[in-house]
Design a binder for this molecule. Sequence first.
Ligand code: UD1
Ligand code: CA
Length: 447
Amino acid sequence: MLAVAVLAAGKGTRMKSALPKVLQPLAGATLVERVLASARTLAPERRILIVGHQAERVEAQLNHLDGLEFVLQQPQNGTGHAVQQLIAPLQSFTGELLVLNGDVPLLRAETIEQLVETHRNSGADVTLLTARLNDPTGYGRVFADDDGRVSAIVEHRDCTEEQRRNTLTNAGIYCFNWSKLLAVLPKLSTDNDQGELYLTDTVSMLERAMHVEVADADEVNGINNRRQLAQCETLLQQRLRDHWMDQGVTFVDPASCTLSESCRFGRDVVIEPQTHLRGVCSIGDNCRLGPGSLLEDSELAENVTVLHSVVRGAKVARDVAVGPFANLRPAADIGEGCRIGNFVEVKKSTLAAGTKVNHLSYIGDAELGTDVNVGAGTITANYDGVNKHRTVIGDRSKTGANSVLVAPVTIGADVTIGAGSTITKDVPNGSLALGRAKQWVKEGWNS
Ligand code: UD1
Ligand code: CA
């Protein structure tokens, strides 16, 4: 049997943030979500999150996860004290306890699987993950012999100058034999620089402690401050882009673009410089995104171009051109072959196939038919100061430049609206509507 416990109770003092450290985001997912995800493939019998600092906030963020147990550590007196909180909930548990630090978010599932397997095969009391770091500053140092047997872990701040030269560091990932750990857990002391109970001290109390060195040291980056957060973001972004390049996505200037984990791309998508995708995005074959675009929680079918634009919460059908400088807002639903041009904002509106909104328009709470031509500067006046109202425009209708459509209003099919009109009443199919002051000219005015 396997239980996984994630340590997520610490304050994260060094982040200097109002947000608990484990809730800091990295490529769209929080640190703790990433850590939990890295252990998913092991299908553990128990999954426990140790919470403490801002416990309610951490719980609220994660209680959608099935079968996750929350254990409270109050106050937070160190990583050993955190694991002591498991004594009651794991009273009748036998098997392995995998302990993961909540601030080590780049671990690969395979690495953890390997650690557990090595542990099971060797019969050690504990097997921990280590890394050789060029700069081990801040990490606990692991003292081990050539056979991989660990004698002690000493925290950076408790190390002598001599001990600090040891570059073998503790990743904060441990697979314990739970009953063996249980025997030594109550014996921890606060005899260290921080006056805390260190989980790392159990290693020298256990008879057989082993370590496994990770192949890619980047995986065990711990996040204690904003610089480390930024470094991890860079690494993670590189991983994501490399993955998608292997799947047939072109990045013109990879380092200038960012993705979230929940983005999906078809073949031959081209991502131009300074383009960012957040949340859940699905991008069809042959789309061209950017330069300079932001897409979030949006779905694009094949062959869509988005140039210098913002697309959020929108759905775009195939063969649509967006931008430059367009803003597609939530529930914008753009049909096949539509054209959304410069300085056009679309919110909560459906545009059927072939409709064009090319210049300087606001389309909100509207339903546009097929092949509608929205003239430059046309505005749907959807808000009366209290409520939002709908505008409907039928197939093949055209609005003249600078039209204001005061909602609620329904324009039929095959309608022409004269330029500069303010339309406040419904217009039947096939009509011409004009709502503006008649021009008059006084000749000889200045003579
Ligand atoms: C810890 C290890 C160190 C290792 C490093 C790897 C100890 C004593 N040291 O140091 O050897 O090299 O991780 O990144 O374990 N936490 C609690 N309750 C507490 C204190 C911490 O749940 O009372 C949680 C934190 O939220 C965090 C994790 O434990 O997710 C690690 O705590 P942190 O204070 O960051 O430990 P480090 O000093 O980085
Ligand atoms: Ca840490």
